[in-house]
Design a binder for this molecule. Structure first.
Ligand code: GDP
Ligand code: IMO
Ligand code: MG
Length: 429
């Protein structure tokens, strides 16, 4: 029986998961997204074209891999249709290769509206992407959300009407006047709009759980494309500065219908430094010229919102935590080219809590605020890595840097990113 490869972000997102998925998809029959929505932005540079994938699994870009939007995803049909049109314009046979779970929850225009209203009321902002992710998952867990299958059911109009009425009451409760509701809460308009979306998306909607398991029975190769990352997890991240789903291994199962026994390799993706977009604790953040230099050299600006990303050194304490939570079997380290442009590089090997040194990560905000990173310094100046095709061809300093990550975490580094292009990746057996 074939086993499933899983790709998971280890820190605060944007580790380059899309690039790793794109690589694995070359040999995969199916690529499935399990959680999140269009808050994700996965960049793939292939054949001179830059794709920013938000909802459609990046694996579809192989041209022969079926992309599944799993039941754990919250789906904005407007964004999805734009993505479908874009892929079609680049020659992709989306009709053949895209499938959408009938159980995926639907984002309606009032979800981003609520996202903005809730964020506006917070004294300590989360810095959400504003895509309506939190409010949509709220509806899911409160059991009033609309799933893709609801759009085709006889009771759709009634369900939508009830949802609109309850959101109006909620927004009034938050102090919004009825005149401000606009199109987002106009039942007739929404009904027409979503019936139109439903019609366009109908060919893609199916029972993806059965599809996935039948694919495994046929011995097909499946890759799960993690979105967001471990420290943004609603349970295991720096709550409340997190997203509203479980991007960690548990969410991979509940978001797809795969079982624990189906899972084979769990690849944790990191950059050779770290970044975070949005608010919340970040122990190795560099608020100085070095942080600015990482941002500029790494082009660290959000794929989804364009916001400048906060940047800092690699945090091995947090990485060990990601290993514990997800059961990582191997690592992908991206941006070795970027970090290699520094003369000296640092990695955080412990946290100092007022004199007590620990290698155990905690999501307790008070502890994270007090934690001072303990760094170990490494030689940089790796030079041009573009000609390196094998690990052994990397300069000694680069190999030592990777070797220390393996030694500290006990996880082998299988993939090494040496540039943004599809081809710029070293793979070790
Ligand atoms: P994701 O959300 O985890 O898929 O990551 P993003 O696409 O949001 O951000 C990763 C960024 O790093 C993108 O701009 C990628 O093109 C870029 N990237 C990925 N791997 C490498 C690498 O090894 N070197 C360089 N220079 N850029 C990379
Ligand atoms: P990918 O898949 C980086 C962050 C937001 C914010 C917090 C909550 O590209 O790695 P949300 O809109 O989800 O309610 O925002 O989570 N966030 C991400 N940061 N990469 C992402 O996805 C993210 N998805 C959400 O910036 O801090
Ligand atoms: Mg991203």
């Amino acid at each position: 029986m074939s086993k499933v490869d899983v790709v998971i972000g280890c820190f605060y997102g944007d580790e380059g998961k899309g690039k790793v998925i794109d690589y694995l998809a070359a040999d995969a029959d199916v690529a499935v997204r399990a959680t999140g929505g269009d808050n994700a932005g996965h960049t793939i540079k292939a054949g001179g074209v830059k794709y920013a994938m938000h909802l459609i699994p990046s694996g579809i870009l192989s041209g022969h891999t079926t992309g599944i939007i799993g039941n754990g995803v919250v789906l904005n049909p407007k964004i999805l249709l734009e993505e479908i049109a874009n892929l079609k314009s680049h020659g992709y046979d989306v009709e053949r290769y895209l499938k959408i779970s009938d159980k995926a929850h639907v984002i309606l225009p009032y979800h981003p509206m609520l996202d903005a209203a809730l964020e506006g009321r917070r004294t300590k902002k989360i810095g959400t992407t504003g895509k309506g992710i939190g409010p949509s998952y709220c509806d899911k867990y409160e059991r009033s959300g609309l799933r893709m299958e609801d759009l085709y059911a006889a009771g759709f109009a009634q369900k939508l009407k009830e949802a609109v009425e309850s959101k109006k009451a909620l927004l009034k409760f938050y102090g919004m006047a009825e005149e401000e509701f606009g199109d987002s809460l106009d039942f007739d308009g929404l009904y027409g709009l979503y019936c139109g979306y439903a019609e366009k998306l109908k060919p893609y909607v199916c029972d993806t759980l059965t599809y996935l398991h039948k694919a495994l029975e046929r011995d097909e190769r499946v890759v799960v494309e993690g979105a967001q990352a471990t420290l943004l997890d609603i349970d295991f991240g720096s709550y409340p500065f997190v997203t509203s789903s479980n991007p960690t291994i548990g969410g991979i199962l509940t978001g797809t219908g795969l079982s624990a026994l189906d899972i084979g390799n769990v690849y944790g993706v990191i950059k050779a430094y770290s970044s975070r977009v949005g608010e919340g604790p970040y122990v190795t953040e560099l608020l100085d010229a070095t942080g600015d230099k990482i941002r500029e050299l790494g082009h660290e600006y959000g794929t989804t919102t364009g916001r400048p990303r906060r940047c800092g050194w690699l945090d091995l304490v947090a990485l060990k935590y990601a290993k514990r939570v997800n059961g990582l079997t191997a690592l992908a380290v991206n941006h070795l080219d970027t970090i290699g442009r520094f003369e000296k590089i640092r990695m955080c090997v412990a946290y100092d809590l007022d004199g007590t040194v620990t290698e155990d990560f905690s999501t307790n905000l008070e502890l994270l605020d007090r934690a001072k990173p303990v760094y170990r310094e490494f030689a940089g100046d790796f030079g041009d890595l573009s000609g390196c095709r094998k690990f052994e061809e990397l300069p000694l300093a680069a190999r030592e840097y990777i070797g220390f990550i393996e030694e500290y975490t006990g996880i082998p580094v299988k993939f090494i990113g040496t540039g943004a292009e599809r081809e710029s990746m070293l793979v070790r057996d």
